[in-house]
Design a protein around this ligand. Structure first.
Ligand SMILES: [Mg+2]
Length: 360
């Protein structure tokens, strides 16, 4: 097959055949592992890394062992010359028998209270986004990347889902992001606005209307303690509502993938729905939808994703006039009884809503 046949020209071709099944391959290839030893601060450390891992994964393991942040690590003697960039494969380092190296770097101090807040702060990073439905050939590559398959297995094994409200038979699954999807995070975390005024307009109406059809999972790239605080402050948990949250996933269930943006290497976190599906086999691509303000979070499941506009500047009249959740309610009610979501093109959700008869 020529590459021209493999690559859909644009996002219109969202048929199953163009992307392969949304379910990840269960055949996990055998990885070759490399044992490494390094010295830092007068001590010797040991770690194992798979050949399909990236340089970034090596640095992450070093950070976990030493608390030296990735950007402060100087790795000496592992390879001749300069260490290749983060996205380089460990296999390509040809580590051979020289598996000892030295680390120089200052460990993490107490100065940063919540690292996830740091990740959330720079808007400029959040504004970098890519619509992966425009490049399904690339999505196929990410899905079949041995490292990504292994990461999904590891995350699945490590995850203990804490069920808040039991899942109900026959419901679809709504996976919902928090930051800038249902709340303006900045004034919420700084306390500059009351939580009610940080919430996106019609948040509770949205969840109440959809609850008869969908179980709700909240998935946020933040740490558990902040996640819980946000849900309580927003009155989504622990308040008397006509909807319930079924379970919550935090950033521990996300991992970094190495993709491309405008032809350049790019790495970012991803929410792989397969991790949920492995835990709850009643859910799959036919009945799961994922709402997020960042398309890159859908990189492994672009067809299950609905990107909505980021909700920011909650203090302004413009933000208070935001009706994104009203429109999304109409769409998700419209498709609630569709047997198989794979027959839909969620990407066109706004034009579908535009064609619906006006609400009574
Ligand atoms: Mg977000």
């Amino acid at each position: 097959m020529s590459s021209a046949q493999e690559v859909p020209v644009h996002g219109d071709d969202l048929s199953e055949s163009s992307l392969g099944p949304a379910t990840m391959s269960t055949e996990e290839p055998q990885d070759r592992w490399v044992d490494l030893q390094f010295g830092w601060a007068g001590k010797t450390f040991h770690l194992r890394i798979a050949e399909t891992d990236r340089v970034y994964d090596l640095k992450t393991s070093i950070r976990d062992l030493t608390t030296v942040p990735i950007e402060r690590q100087k790795i000496l003697g592992l390879v001749k010359g300069k260490l290749p960039p983060d996205q380089a494969c460990i296999a390509d380092l040809r580590l051979g028998s020289a598996k000892k190296f030295s680390l120089i770097g200052t460990p993490q101090g107490d100065e940063i209270k919540d690292p996830s807040q740091l990740e959330n702060l720079p808007d400029v990073i959040n504004d970098l986004d890519v619509d992966f439905t425009e490049n399904l050939a690339a999505v196929n590559r990410y899905r079949h990347d041995h490292r990504n398959i292994r990461k999904i297995r590891e995350m699945t094994e490590n995850l203990q889902v804490n069920i808040i409200t039991p899942l109900r038979p026959g419901k679809k699954l709504l996976v919902l992001d928090i930051d800038y999807t249902i709340v303006d995070t900045k004034p919420l975390t700084s306390g500059s606005l009351p939580p009610d005024e940080c919430a996106r307009p019609y948040l509770h109406e949205f969840l109440t209307a959809l609850y008869p059809y969908y179980d709700v999972c909240i998935w946020s790239q933040t740490s558990w303690i902040w996640l819980e605080t946000k849900l309580v402050e927003l009155g989504m948990v622990g308040a008397n509502r006509n909807y319930q949250i079924s379970f919550v996933l935090d950033k521990k269930c996300m991992f970094t993938i190495f993709s491309e943006r405008e032809g350049k290497p790019w790495s970012h976190h991803v929410k792989a729905l397969q991790i949920i599906w492995n835990h709850f086999p009643q859910f799959n691509a036919s009945n799961t939808v994922h709402i997020d303000d960042l398309s890159r979070n859908f990189a492994l499941n672009p067809k299950e994703g609905i990107k909505i506009s980021a909700y920011k500047n909650a203090h302004t009249a413009e933000a208070r006039a935001d009706r994104e959740l009203v429109k999304l309610t109409r769409y998700l009610l419209h498709v609630a009884n569709v047997e198989d979501f794979r027959t839909l093109k969620h990407k066109e959700w706004k034009s579908v809503v535009g064609r619906l008869p006006p609400p009574a």
